[in-house]
Design a protein around this ligand. Structure first.
Ligand SMILES: Nc1ncnc2c1ncn2[C@@H]1O[C@H](COP(=O)(O)OP(=O)(O)O)[C@@H](O)[C@H]1O
Ligand SMILES: [Mg+2]
Length: 273
């Protein structure tokens, strides 16, 4: 599938395609933000895109899974106002594949900044990254914060992975309000790709009922597929590889499932058709 899609991506790039930025955000942990971010990065790179991943979560799970792709730049540096930062790291370099801007201890200081300042610093650096990359993916912390707000002010798209549990659904409801707010306050173009039902346990009728209720309540805001709770997904994240590199029969089904998500997201972002 990936090799077949490559020429299409290249054609888009030649047509003056500009870097697109997607944040994975929901103010609750354990939903699949990092899982989605990493698999979008792996799949985007396999399709020939130059992918930069910014880890804004102080927990640094994406920085662990993507440690092999460390660029040397840390995410708190993106708030320093240094206009030459990006060109000094990525200029004159082959930026094919994935480049990670990993979390560092300095992320804790960002909460002391004014939201507007944090947002405009990050926005400026993302604009600079667009000279070197085609796809920018931002992983965010599981709480409403300056870090999360700055990511949403700087993104073209946002998606919210959600496990069909009561608290998670309440979380995603609050997230929809946050996105509305960010649109009104300064990023009117922010597009909500939708809620990504993830970690669905098909043996738990309560979860299936919750998912059905979510679809009824939120309609098109819920992606028309889901990823089940599967050991291979957690294993892949721990092993720092995409699930399609796990050599087990069960991983094959998992790979198919996650690629439905990545294809859907790339179509919504108009990266592939
Ligand atoms: N569909 C899934 N099936 C099984 N485990 C999953 C699935 N999605 C995520 N996980 C695991 O659940 C945990 C939380 O996922 P993660 O992506 O880190 O969530 P978040 O970034 O929203 O906190 C991780 O250990 C991850 O490997
Ligand atoms: Mg995470």
């Amino acid at each position: 599938m990936n090799t077949k899609l490559k020429p299409l991506v290249n054609a888009l790039l030649q047509a003056g395609f500009k870097m697109k930025t997607l944040a994975n955000a929901i103010q609750k942990g354990g939903q699949g933000k990092t899982f989605a971010t990493c698999h979008l990065a792996f799949d985007g790179a396999a399709r020939g895109l130059r992918v930069v991943v910014i880890d804004l979560d102080p927990q640094g799970n994406a920085s662990h899974t993507l440690a092999h792709y460390a660029s040397g730049l840390s995410s708190s540096q993106l708030y320093s106002g240094d206009e030459d930062l990006i060109s000094s790291v990525f200029g004159g370099r082959d930026n094919a594949g994935i480049s990670l801007i990993g979390k560092d201890a300095g992320l804790a200081n960002i909460e002391q900044m004014e939201t507007e300042d944090a947002a405009s610093e990050l926005r400026m650096q993302i604009e600079k990254l667009s000279e070197y990359f085609d796809l920018c993916l931002i992983d965010t912390p599981p709480f409403i914060s300056k870090l999360m707000a700055s990511a949403l002010y700087s993104s073209d798209y946002v998606m919210s992975p959600v496990e069909p549990e009561t608290y998670s659904i309440q979380g995603v409801q609050a997230m929809v309000s946050v996105i509305q707010n960010i649109r009104v306050r300064g990023n009117p173009g922010l597009k909500f790709i939708g809620m990504f039902p993830n970690r669905v346990n098909y043996r738990d009728q309560r979860q299936l009922d919750n998912l059905a209720s979510m679809r009824t309540a939120f309609k098109d805001l819920v992606m028309p597929f889901d990823c089940r709770q599967r050991g291979s997904f957690a294993e892949a994240q721990g092993d720092q590889i995409p699930v399609w590199q796990i050599k087990k029969t069960s991983a094959r089904v998992a790979a198919k499932e996650v690629r439905v998500m990545t294809q859907f997201v790339f179509e919504k972002m108009e990266i592939v058709q």
